[in-house]
Structure formats: C-alpha cells, structure tokens
Design a protein around this ligand. Structure first.
Ligand code: ACM
Ligand code: ZN
Length: 541
C-alpha cells in the first residue's frame, strides 16, 4: 500500500508562472511590433494569419442555417452573448439570414469534418465557422475568445483549422476531502471548457466525506458528509476523526442534493463537458462505513481500531453488493450521459479481509487465493450490475492487476507499466500519471512561503512534456482514450487555492490533450503562455 495516494511531502507553486510572466515582460519590451496574434491555447492544428482585421462593431447577426440543431443554436446564443457581454457589440441576435456583417455558422457533413473539429475564418467583413457538430462550433468560440483580448475592438484576420488529438480530455476534482459548492463546480467546468477539455471527473466519494445525496440511504449524507472541522489542516485518509451528524456544532462538510447534481450535469452538458462521477469502492470507504457500519468486516471496529488497512467494504457480506447497487442505480440515473461510472478500486487494504470470517468463507467457496482475487470478484460484480444498466466501469490502475471485467477502462495514475497491464487485456486507458498530472503537488520551482501542498512536483516543462502514448506500441496507443489531471484536495482548503493549483498547469494539460504530439513544442508553448490573453472562466449565471 502506498502512503495515501503515494504522496511526497513539501510546499507549493506559482513561481513557475511568475518566472514565465517576467520573462514574457522582458520579451515584450524587447520586441518592437509587428503586433503578434494573441496566442491560442491549446494550439490549433493550423492557424494562419491573414491581412487586416475585423472591427467587431460591424457585426449585426449570428447566423445559423435553417437545419441547425438545438445544440448548434445554443452555441450561436453563446457567441451572441460573448459579442454583447465581453466585446460590447450591439448585435441584433441569432437569425437565419444576415442583415449585414455576421458570424455565420455553416454545418458541414460529418465526412468532411472530424468530431469536435472546426474551421474558423475571421475576415474584414465577418466571421465564418464550419463544423459538423455543435461541439465544433463551441470550440471555435473558445478560440475566438482568445483571439480577442479583453477590451479589444477588433479581431485579427485568421484562418484556423482544428481538431482534437484525444476524445477524453479530462480534469478531476476531489470534493470529498474538502467540499466545494455547486457554483464553484460550475465555474470550474467553465474553466475546463474554455481550454477545450470535455470530461469533468467528479470525485464525489472518498474516506473523508460522502458528497452526493442518495434518496434510499439518507444516512450517507446525514453522517458521512460531516466530520470534525479540519479546514485549517491538511486532511488525509489516515485521519481517525469520526464522521458525524451535520447538526453537531463545529461539523465541517456538505453535499450536493440530487437537484443540484442535475443542475450541474445540465450546465456541463451545455458546454460539451461529460461528467464522470466517481463512487469509490471497495476501499477509501471510511465515510460510508461510518454511516453504515453493517458493511464493516467482522472483527473490526473502525471507530476504535483506526483506519489503516480497515476502511474497506466487507466483500463477504451480500448486503454490501445490494447497498452499492442501490447507490449506483441512483448515480446512473443522475448522470444519464456518462458512458462510464468510475468505481475507484485503488489502494484497497487487505487486512480487514484477511481477518474477516465472511470474506474468508467467500474466498474459500469461490476458490479465490488472494485478496487481489477477492477484489477482482468484488469489482466484477459491480461491473456486471452497471452493465445491465448500459454503463461501463472505469477504475484506477490497481484493477488491472487482475482480470478486468468486459468493457472496463482503466485510469492510469502510476506509470506506463500499469497501462500495459490493461492494454494487454485489450482494455482502453486514460493516462493520469501522478508524476506529471497530479496538480495537488507543487509546481516547481516552489516559491518561498507557498501554502502547503501534497509535495514537490514537476516543473511546467515536465508537465508539458508528458505524451500519453509514450512507450506504447501503435496498437496500444490506439487504446488510449485520452488524458486527465487530478486535483486531490487534502491540502486544498479554499476555492482560490483550487484555482491556483489548477492554473497554469491546466493550459499544459489542455495542449497535451488537444494538440497532436508532432505539433507540440515547449519553447513555442512557453512563448504563447506568456502572450496568452485567455479569458478567465465566466461567472455562472
Ligand atoms: C490514487 O491516487 N490513489 C488514485
Ligand atoms: Zn469481510
């Protein structure tokens, strides 16, 4: 077992960006025109400057074709809102024919454009965007937002052709260790979408807190969502303070009601972000076991024995599977568009299982020789339940140490060797290695006096240098769904800190995820980051 998510120890970031920005100021001062195009992150497949610029004030309409679907019309509305609210342009609105200069959306047939791809032409007399799906139009808007720095009256003329490298471009947020409310989550989704990321992995459940209302089991949030107030200190999974009733004075915590979850899911969907919910099991389960002690293994009392090696569902108790099936039924209904449900599966302790009569009896009955085989049985049953509801599981790479359930995907948080175990079984992977993409680690060089973090992490150049397909054969690389970074929050106690830890590494992540490897270059990225006018995430309405 690793040291609780395999963390190092140390302090935090910001120096890297400060150094980059300082270098940028020097570069800017030394350069005397010609004016450069504002940089676009992630870097588009092609971006050609054209002569002249478009005065935004001349735009009258955002024009959609008659056959445009509802999603495309909604994106046209976003473009209209951007012109009005961010650029101060008094556009008439979204229309089906132009009465003057316009932003024209043209739907092209899917065989002429890849999924999520777009072509953007900014001309002196208007803007034309071509895409085969609404996501493509949405990503063209994100490019436009970066081409027009805040307060600018004109957009430089350009021709952009663009498409993503990976279909899974993800960012995870741990809301268990510290809780972040629904408005912040919506803001975070805006930030992801502005960098063309399309998966928000919502780590809703872990040892320190259960954050999702489950109607059939209200005790999960009544007890599991609250604990002794630890906001002033790092919170890690070995802490032994009990979860308790939220009505207790001094309780810290919170949870999302099902109505709030639905609202966030709708919000994300409108921005082409799929939410993958994570319900951790069978380990990292302290909060649920505090609420439902009937699923603790025999011979353990987690309230008095502490946690290490014990916070695991009893695999020999049939009630554990029934309970989790009931929870997952509600989760699946709340996230109707999630093809995968993340079921955790990492760092499962085996001490409780070894001491438990029920677990030992089950192993004997099924001929399972090791706790890993018992874990595979546990995960297999959960996968089977979800498969019957048309959902697949994704789990951390520990699940690839045994035979994987059919259709499972694996999220690789260790290294490529663990990816290989999944790939050898023909299962797709999402690469999220702690070494490069755990944003709870400090970004080196760590500025003096920085707040605590999970430890000393990689430099920006190291983060940027990660290639999700490195070390894989072409056949293996075809099974890489994409890439994801994680923000675990043992040390992240405030929203401001969460954003600080996410940025600027999110820009590097976005480029790893979107831009073809052959087009990526660290020095070029560094220069673009210095010049970037990337807008902050808009406030939720
Ligand atoms: C993990 O960091 N244990 C997924
Ligand atoms: Zn047991």
């Amino acid at each position: 077992m690793t040291d609780g998510r395999g963390r190092l120890s140390g302090v935090l970031r910001a120096a890297a960006l400060a150094a980059l920005l300082l270098a940028g100021a020097v570069v800017r001062a030394a350069e005397s025109a010609p004016p450069e195009l504002p940089s676009v992150i992630p870097k588009p497949a092609s971006l050609e400057p054209r002569p002249g610029s478009l005065r935004l004030a001349v735009i009258r309409d955002v024009v959609v074709p008659k056959n445009a679907d509802a999603d495309t019309r909604r994106v046209a509305g976003f473009i209209h809102d951007w012109l009005r609210n961010d650029c101060g342009v008094r556009t008439a609105g979204v229309a089906e024919s132009a009465r003057g200069a316009a932003v024209r959306l043209e739907v092209v047939s899917p065989d002429k454009a890849a999924k999520e791809a777009y072509r953007l032409d900014v001309m002196p007399d208007g803007i034309r965007i071509r895409a085969s799906d609404a996501a493509g139009f949405f990503y063209a808007l994100q490019t436009l937002r970066q081409l027009v720095p805040s307060g600018a009256a004109a957009c430089p003329c350009v021709s952009v052709g663009d498409a993503p490298r990976f279909g899974w471009r993800g960012m995870q947020l741990d809301v268990s260790r510290h809780f972040f409310g629904k408005e912040f989550v919506k803001n975070y989704i805006d930030l992801l979408a502005s960098r063309k990321l399309n998966v928000f992995h919502w780590h809703l459940v872990d040892g320190p807190g259960w954050r999702i209302e489950i109607k059939k089991h209200p005790e999960l949030t009544r007890i599991g969502a609250w604990r002794k107030d630890k906001r002033a200190e790092p919170w890690n999974w070995r802490a032994t303070e009990l979860c308790f009733n939220g009505k207790t004075p001094g309780a810290y915590g919170g949870f999302y009601t099902q109505e709030e979850i639905r609202e966030v899911v709708r919000y994300a969907k409108a921005r082409f972000v799929t939410i993958i919910p994570e319900i951790e099991m069978p380990g990292h389960s302290y909060a649920v076991l505090a609420a439902c002690p009937q699923f603790v293994c025999e011979g353990n009392n987690i309230r008095t024995d502490g946690l290490r090696g014990l916070d695991v569902f009893c695999a020999g108790n049939e009630g554990s599977y029934k309970f989790l099936a009931e929870v997952l039924d509600e989760v699946a209904a709340l996230f109707p568009d999630a093809p995968y449900i993340h079921i955790g599966g990492d760092e499962v302790p085996d001490l409780a299982w070894k001491r438990c009569g029920k677990c030992q009896a089950l192993m004997k009955r099924l001929g399972l020789r090791t706790p890993r085989e018992l874990e595979a049985h546990f995960i297999g049953r959960i996968a089977q339940h979800l498969a019957a509801k048309g959902r697949k599981i994704i789990g951390w790479d520990e699940i690839a140490e045994s035979a994987l359930p059919k259709d499972a995907a694996v999220m690789v948080w260790r290294d490529a060797a663990f990816a290989k175990r999944a790939l050898a079984q023909g299962c797709p992977v999402v690469m999220a290695p702690a070494s490069h993409l755990y944003f709870d680690y400090a970004l080196s060089p760590v500025p003096p006096g920085d707040a605590p973090s999970a430890g000393k992490g990689p430099s920006m150049e190291t983060v940027y240098g990660f290639d999700p397909a490195a070390g894989l054969t072409p056949a293996e690389a075809r099974l890489v769904l994409g890439v994801e970074a994680c923000l675990w929050t043992e040390h992240v106690q405030t929203e401001a800190r969460a954003l600080e830890m996410t940025s600027p590494r999110l820009d590097a992540l976005a480029e790893i995820a979107w831009t073809k490897q052959a087009a990526r270059d660290w020095n070029d990225f560094r220069r673009r980051l210095e010049r970037s006018a990337a807008p902050p995430a808009p406030k939720p309405k």
